[in-house]
Design a protein around this ligand. Structure first.
Ligand SMILES: C[S@@+](CC[C@H](N)C(=O)[O-])C[C@H]1O[C@@H](n2cnc3c(N)ncnc32)[C@H](O)[C@@H]1O
Length: 292
């Protein structure tokens, strides 16, 4: 039987008072790292209300309790987290960052004839545009050096949002997005046109990228190590300053010596790590690991 939509008690939706707002702010920050400032209060309230309506719950308090102790609290958190995260992204979002990945790949393969692969991690990869852009960049660089088939790259791309990861894994994008953000030559090489509306990433690129759900607040659960490149952009801006530093320190520990971490410009300020040195550039915010 199809349930009728919830009729709010007293015919208007529940309000979120200051105390409730602060309770939700804390719960969300503890769970995801994201800070919800006062300016986003309406967004928070509306997103939670929409979800409450779907599951026929009519008070913020009882929904909060469901999330803390209910039988499907994990699953419910997954759904709510997806509604609250900002997943905006596009291909080659910050070109200088990709240029640096390209330049470093060239340098590593040129200097070390024993080096056969470049391993990268895209942290907070959203719907896949960032790791696929990185994949295109690395693939083009390796081909341009005529290194042969024993040279390759691998990318692990992670996010907290399951729906975003599912889209990324499918690798299907609207035609408009592809034609606006990807050159014609790259469209031909890396995408198949499915129909008038969609393009799909070709297997040659897709099989080099694997996706997994990892919450950056729980990085110790990630097995990734000895990476050459870590991309972490446009995610930390939603986190507090101390948490940003903590995450970047942890990510840096997963780099191999000579490896680089590329952040979004301005995302981490007044931060230094004794094992890292800043890559000199005012166009990118990147650090290289220089010792064990
Ligand atoms: C604005 S997108 C950035 C996408 C891409 N990195 C870019 O620069 O275009 C931010 C992503 O961070 C993810 N995110 C937010 N909190 C997270 C967390 N605690 N762990 C992992 N991913 C998280 C969101 O789900 C979202 O997909």
């Amino acid at each position: 039987m199809v349930k009728s939509p919830l009729q709010w008690k007293h015919s208007h939706p529940p309000e979120m008072d200051d105390e409730q707002f602060s309770l939700w702010q804390t719960a969300i920050e503890v769970r995801t790292g994201m800070q919800i400032p006062e300016q986003r209060r309406t967004f928070l309230k509306t997103s939670i209300r929409t979800r409450m309506k779907e599951i026929h719950c009519d008070s913020f308090q009882s929904y909060y309790e469901q999330l803390q102790t209910g039988p499907s609290s994990e699953q419910e958190w997954t759904i709510l987290t997806d509604r609250l995260t900002v997943q905006e992204t596009h291909f080659f979002r910050h070109q200088p960052s990709f240029d640096l990945a390209k330049e470093k790949t060239k340098e590593w393969f040129t200097k070390d004839p024993n080096k056969k692969s470049v391993q990268a991690w895209s942290v907070g990869c959203s719907t896949g545009e960032e790791p696929y852009s990185l994949g295109i960049t690395l693939d083009e660089q390796i081909h341009s050096m005529h290194l042969g088939n024993d040279h390759y790259f691998g990318i692990t791309a992670t996010d907290i949002s399951m729906p975003a990861l599912n889209k990324a894994q499918a690798g299907i994008y609207k035609e408009k997005k592809i034609t606006r953000q990807i050159s014609e030559a790259r469209q031909k090489k890396y995408f198949d046109q499915q129909n008038d509306h969609n393009f799909q990433v070709k297997p040659l690129l897709k099989e080099r990228v694997c996706f997994a759900r990892i919450n950056v607040l729980d990085l110790s659960a990630s097995p990734l190590n000895d990476l050459d490149i870590i991309f972490c952009q446009n995610m930390l801006i939603y986190f507090s300053r101390w948490r940003r530093r903590e995450i970047v320190n942890h990510l840096a520990s997963r780099l191999q010596v000579g490896g680089i971490i590329i952040l979004g410009l301005g995302e981490v300020m007044d931060w230094a790590n004794p094992k890292l040195e800043r890559v000199p550039s005012d166009k990118v915010l990147a650090f290289m690991r220089h010792c064990h």
